[in-house]
Design a protein around this ligand. Structure first.
Ligand code: CO8
Length: 373
């Protein structure tokens, strides 16, 4: 059995950023227009007035200040409130592929590797642009990688589940190196007219190269000490969009076919599950929680991350122990924890231990213990 390392990471950040103030201004314009248009019905008690959103609430409840997006103007247009991303022809690269390739090139460069050194591509993300051909095979072709590629979806936990899959392939000798890429256009499936969730998500793509330890030569290596995954069914985060929508009665693009969640329940139920899973994983590896220098956690909610680390350490975490990127990026689903890893790793000394952890819809939770080489 071979040992596996992460030998490079990469990040693609979209060109546009939307602040809470900008997002709330567009939302409140929509709300006021709606209430004006339905004033008579609201007056008669036949319709409910919509409530305004608040930038102060968003930052306090989530820690989010802004988010990067693939298209800003479509989202901020109160008549539209969704990104404007025109369909591309079959001979053009898909948007997910372009984002993935950008992140992947950076991961390869940091790993000191080229396409010729890679045997497989896994695209692991929440929302795939199409069912087939797999985006991973498109990425494979765009980068010139031989071997194989496939897509997988475990919502916010896609990256850690993808890393375990890649790690298994490398350990078993099925691949010398596997690229795990997480392109997320969360704004494509977010209901920007829903006050409870319109602020939650942003777009980004990340990439991780999982490589055989004896072949790896980069200066940015982490031993994959172990991986541990858990799923437990929950309806509290759902996306009912799917290929059978066209066979159903009712509008195929109805609001319930977009992202929906019971945020407070998710918060309450998921935090203890994550702390328990990471705690168990560290114990199984004979690692004391205090020995972990960094927790690269899924980036959904600042208070959630603070609570999880407090449950583990028995004290508040120092900012450097659990780096926050959701203030600028918001929730980028599977990309979030890898963005934290990518941006907050170079200061760690050799031998330092860290935990990469994702959690989200399913429920799904992943823990990857890493040791800096
Ligand atoms: N502005 C002002 N007030 C608001 C707003 C708003 N925008 N929204 C809600 N309020 C009000 C509510 O009406 C409520 O008022 P009242 O107390 O009078 O009833 C009050 O604020 C409190 O509302 P909540 O209880 O809903 O607020 P919370 O404090 O719970 O915060 C959060 C809401 C921020 C959503 C929080 O619950 C949270 O972050 N929970 C965790 C969510 C989470 O981690 N989810 C993971 C989802 S991601 C995933 O796994 C799948 C990703 C797939 C990608 C999808 C692409 C789209």
């Amino acid at each position: 059995m071979h040992k596996a390392v992460i030998s490079g990471t990469g990040l693609y950040t979209p060109p546009h950023s939307i602040s809470n103030d900008e997002l709330v201004a567009a939302f409140n314009t929509y709300v006021n227009q709606y209430n004006d248009q339905h004033a008579a019905a609201i007056e008669r008690g036949e319709a409910e007035a919509l409530a305004e959103s608040s930038a102060a609430f968003i930052e306090k409840a989530s820690g989010i200040q802004s988010r990067y997006v693939m298209d800003k103007t479509g989202i901020l247009d109160p008549q539209r409130m969704k990104p404007r991303l025109p369909e591309r022809g079959n001979d053009e690269p898909s948007i997910l592929c372009e984002m993935a390739v950008s992140a992947a090139r950076q991961a390869l460069q940091r790993a000191g590797r080229t396409a010729a050194d890679v045997d497989a591509v896994i695209v692991a993300c929440s929302n795939l642009q199409r069912p087939y051909p797999a985006i991973a095979i498109e990425v494979q072709q765009a980068l010139g990688i031989a071997g194989f590629g496939f897509d997988m979806n475990v919502a916010c936990s896609s990256a850690t589940f993808g890393i375990q899959t890649a790690c298994n392939a490398v350990q078993l000798g099925q691949a010398r190196a596997v690229l795990v890429v997480d392109p997320e256009i969360c704004t494509g499936h977010l209901n920007f007219r829903d006050r409870d969730s319109h602020f939650i998500f942003g777009d980004a793509a990340t990439a991780v190269l999982v490589e055989r330890a004896d072949l790896a030569s980069s200066a940015h290596q982490f031993d994959i000490v172990g991986t541990k995954l858990l799923t437990q069914f929950s309806n509290n985060i759902r996306n009912n969009f799917g290929f059978l929508n066209r066979a159903e009665e009712g509008p195929a693009l109805a609001a319930e076919k977009l992202f929906v969640q019971e945020g407070r329940k998710v918060f309450r139920e998921v935090c203890p599950m994550v702390a328990e899973l990471i705690g168990q994983h560290l114990a199984e590896q004979g690692i004391a929680v205090e020995a972990v220098q960094r927790f690269w956690l899924h980036q959904a909610n600042l208070s959630m991350n603070q609570l999880i680390v407090k449950k583990l350490l028995g004290r508040d975490a120092e900012p450097h122990e659990a780096p926050v990127i959701l203030d600028r990026y918001a929730n980028t689903s599977s990309a979030g924890s890898v963005i934290a890893l990518h941006l907050h790793q170079d200061d760690l000394p050799s031998g330092a231990l860290g935990v990469l952890s994702s959690f989200g819809a399913g429920y799904s939770i992943g823990s990857v213990i890493l040791r800096k080489r």
